[in-house]
Ligand binder design. Sequence first.
Ligand code: HAM
Length: 429
Amino acid sequence: MPKPFQAVRGMNDILPAESALWQSLETTVRDVLAAYGYHEIRLPLVEKTELFARSIGEVTDIVEKEMYTFADRNGESLTLRPEGTAGCARACIEHGLLHNQTQRLWYVGPMFRYEKPQKGRYRQFHQVGAEAYGMAGPDIDAELICLSARLWRQLGIGDVVLQLNSLGSSAARAAYRERLVAYFETRRAELDEDSRRRLTTNPLRILDSKNPAMRAVLAGAPVLLDHLDADSQAHFEELRAMLDAAGVAYEINPRLVRGLDYYCKTVFEWVTDTLGAQGTICAGGRYDGLLEQLDGPAIPGVGFALGLERLVAMLAAAGHPGADANPHAYLIMVGDAAQRRGLALAERLRDQLPALRLRMHCGGGGFKAQFRRADHSGARFALILGEDEVRTGTVALKLLRDPDGQQLTLSHDQAAAHLCAALDSTSRI
Ligand code: HAM
């Protein structure tokens, strides 16, 4: 027998048993973004490859080795988006969304990176991104951080720490880069292979090394925060003062450099140690030069993206139940006449009670088999339509989760009123 198809490695199905948690997470995220005045933008999954090379940076891990790039039938090089910031900036420039106005935008959806799959790291994963354009001061950086902090509170996530750094202006960073390379050159023998390669391509990323053997070399490296330009320093100090005033705790991490080249000034990550090696649940920062770099206007930007798989894993570990998607009621029909009348009754109840989740039994069968299905469905009520009920224009309503199993015979309108009262009295009838 041929082996059935399996999903592509690192690309996961989100099964029905998991989707309730995803939905409740997405609803909370949407509500919090709306509370801060963010509007949704929907972007294509595929962009021209050049867009990512020009924004994320030619010598980053993402562009060098993680993109799903292919030629379309015209021979044009296209790429499945590895992140959303570049596409969002492209859309804003293309549609003139930044003429004399600021924007606060968000998006959600799958991203694709050819990384080595492990717990919390996948080749197709989902982000919610938030991007704010046209605001140069630290107030919007602080607001974005407060927004994410509020999200953790709403979700009941406690074990998470905010790490903060400033990368300064591109001129300050270029000067720092020279100092850093000079320092690493003096200790070249102690660098691992990866870091030696990065010395010429992307030396700042050496600071990100997780190799314990590199600890001593890194400890002696010059610190970017000590070499900031005056403007970036003032921006960072003001941001810190605003976060202090708002009561948002943070740690300064001078090694935080991020894996994408478009950042300047503020960078931040929310990190947890409850998820193992892949502990960053949200990351972002300021990218004032990106739009110009993409031939757009010289307009500043700042944003972040949440990793939804990692947040779902945290919520599941904390026993978060997710949204209740079980039917409220299950309609059982016994006998030919009832089979014929059942659909009309179900439709009428749905007309009267738009919030009712009603599952109608399909496929026939005896009362016992249908009742078992009703019980398994998780519904609180069974509606039973048998020959007697059809004849008298009634329906039986039975409480499935009540050990005494009380059963009432009701007119159709009475049944609707009964279900309506139950829907009103609690959101989970
Ligand atoms: P990033 O740090 O590459 O930033 O990704 C943001 C978040 O997406 C990570 O912190 C993580 O939670 C999640 N993530 C990234 N890669 C994977 C993966 N392979 N599997 C599972 N989750 C993953 C960006 O993408 C920037 N565009 C963020 C940003 C928006 N900066 C400014 N605006």
